[in-house]
Design a protein around this ligand. Sequence first.
Ligand SMILES: [Zn+2]
Ligand SMILES: [Zn+2]
Length: 158
Amino acid sequence: MDKKEQIFQELRKQNVRITKQRRAIIDILDGQHLTIQDIYSQMKKRGFHNLGTVYNNIDFLIDHKIVTQIFINGKKHYDLTIDEESHTADSHIHVTCKVNNNIIEINDSDIFDYIRDHEIFKNFNIEKLQIVVEGSCKHYDTQHCKRTDACFISKLSK
Ligand SMILES: [Zn+2]
Ligand SMILES: [Zn+2]
């Protein structure tokens, strides 16, 4: 049994129903950060044509902390939180190269602990803590190279 299957079993124990459509959303989001348009176009290929239902299912997955929303390059993206143990919404930094919209993740829980431990949060419940770094690979400044395959961030994501 793979790890995802174990997670689904755990969710079933908590009476969280992973229907076919919810499962499809989870599969589509695996390893990717996608907008609703991206998700919907892939859902249509799998035979799910009702955008409202897709939205409802995403909301359900967000409510159960299986999916999180994150603004990257000015657009709402959806991100899976269950693919690895360290991968909660609040434990990894997103870095995006705006030239080609490539996104990578850096797992560095120390930075997040450093923020949580700040004395200002002693009497405060943090509900959301996300770090997004936006920018562009330095060689793009020289204007001689904007090819997709030249992106430093996309190379790191492979
Ligand atoms: Zn992520
Ligand atoms: Zn780049």
